[in-house]
Design a protein around this ligand. Sequence first.
Ligand code: XMP
Length: 518
Amino acid sequence: PVLVVDFGAQYAQLIARRVREAGVYSEIVPHTVSAAEVAAKNPVGIVLSGGPSSVYEPGAPSLDEGILELGVPTFGICYGFQVMAKQLGGEVAHTGLREYGATDATSVVDVPGTLLHGVPTEQNVWMSHGDSVSKAPEGFEVLASTASTPVAAFANAERGLYGVQWHPEVKHSAYGQQVLENFLHRAAGIPADWNSGNVIAEQVDRIRAQVGDAKVICGLSGGVDSAVAAALVHKAVGDQLVCIFVDHGLLRKDERRQVEEDFVASTGVRLVTVDAREQFMSALAGVSDPEQKRKIIGREFIRSFEQAEIDLVKEAQSEGEPIRFLVQGTLYPDVVESGGGSGTANIKSHHNVGGLPEDLQFELVEPLRTLFKDEVRAIGRELGLPEEIVGRQPFPGPGLGIRIVGEVTAERLDLLRDADAIVREELTAAGLDQEIWQCPVVLLADVRSVGVQGDGRTYGHPIVLRPVSSEDAMTADWTRLPYDVLARISNRITNEVKDVNRVVLDVTSKPPGTIEWE
Ligand code: XMP
C-alpha cells in the first residue's frame, strides 16, 4: 500500500481517498508509527499529511526519523512537508505571515518527469499555514514558490523525497490531483491498478479463508453498507449466508420490496424477513417524546433481530452446524476513527436473550473495513446491485418513527410515506440526488392549520421539507432547491396526500438545527 501518515485534522482521510482515486491502494497510519512498523507493511510510497500544529510547538507531532531513511518514496504535504524539511536539516521559520486560501504557486525549476510535470508554470493552489520552510535541506531542489513562501515545493529525486507546502488533496488546488498522481506514478513509479474488481476478488478470497464452509448471518438494514457487505459475502460463500431483515413498519415506501425482491433478485441471497410491524406499533402507542421513541425503537429492533438470530442459530444447531459468523458493514472511517487502523477482525461478545448459551459469540466478517463510502457504492454497482439500493441517501435507523413529530400511528405513517415518496420521486426526476445529502420529510402531526381545498375549508397537517447539503452529516447547510422543483413537490403533496394542506421548507443550517427533527 501507500501509507498516509496522519498528523491530525481531517486531511489524512481525504488524502487516502485521493490516492485511491489515482488507482493506488492506501492505508492511514498514525504519526506515532515506528520505522519498523512502516517497513513491515512493505509500502510502495508514503504520504505525510498536513496537520494543525506548528513544528516548533512543544509536543508537536513528529515522525520516527528512520522512516525517511527506508528508501521508500515519500511525499510531504503542508505540515508533513515542514516535518520533512526540519528532520533533514532544512529550516522552518515562524514567519508570522499566515497564508490561507487560494494563492498562485510559480514553478521555479522544471524537472520533467516528476512532481510538477505537465502542470502550468503558474498554478492556483490552496494554502493554510503559519510556518514556512525558509531553507530546503541539503541535496534538495526548490521547485516552486509563492509570493510569500520562497520554498513552496521541493524534491530530492535521488532519494525519492518530495514535498509541497500547499494542499494538493483539496479541489481548490487546480492541479492538485495531477501533482499527487505525478508523485505516485512518475516519481514513485506505482502503477494505477487498484480498482473495484480487484477489491472484490481479494475480499472474496479473504472471506472464504475466514469462514471456510461454516454458516454466516447478516442483518440487512436496507442501507448501502449492509447490502454490499452481504452481496460480497454471498459471492464468496453462496448459501452459507442467511440474511435477516426486520420490517418495523417505519420504512419508506417500497423499501421492503426493494430488499425482498430487488436485492434478492440481484444477489440470490437467502433472506428471512421478520414482520415486526405490530410489535413496534404497540410499543410506540401513546409515545411522542423523541428520545423515548428512539429508545423504544432501538430496543424492539434488537429484540426482533435477536429473536430471528436465535431461531436461525437453533435451526442450524439442530442441523449440527452452529452459526459462528456475523457480517457487519463496518467502513474504513469507523475503523480509523476508533483508532484501530491496523487492527484485524475481532470477536464481539454478543448480547444475549432467551435460550442460547451465555457465551454465544460471533466472529465478525467485515469485508468493507478498508473501504470508503464511495468505494462501497462502486463495489455494489460492480456486484450488480440495483441503483435504488446502491445510490441510497442516508436514512436513520429509527426510520420514519423520528420524522413524525407527535405520536406514531399507522395512518400517520401511511401519510408520511406517501409524501416522502413524492419528494424522492421529484428530486430524482430533477436530477438533484447528487447535490443533496439527504432530504428528510417530516410530518408535524400535532400541528394543524386552516386551508381551502376543493370548495371547502380544511384543517390539516403541515409537511416539512428538510433538504440538506453536507460532507459528513456533522455540519450541514440547507440546500437551495430550485423554486420550480419546490413548487411541483408542494402541489403534488397537497393534491395527492390526504390530510396535508401545507408544505413548508426548513431553512436552518446544522448547527443550530440537527438534520432530523427528532
Ligand atoms: P442529525 O439529526 O443528528 O443526523 O443531524 C445526522 C445524520 O445521522 C442520521 N441519523 C441516524 N442514523 N440512526 C442512524 O443510523 C439514528 O438513530 C440516526 N439519527 C440520525 C441522519 O439521518 C443524518 O444523516
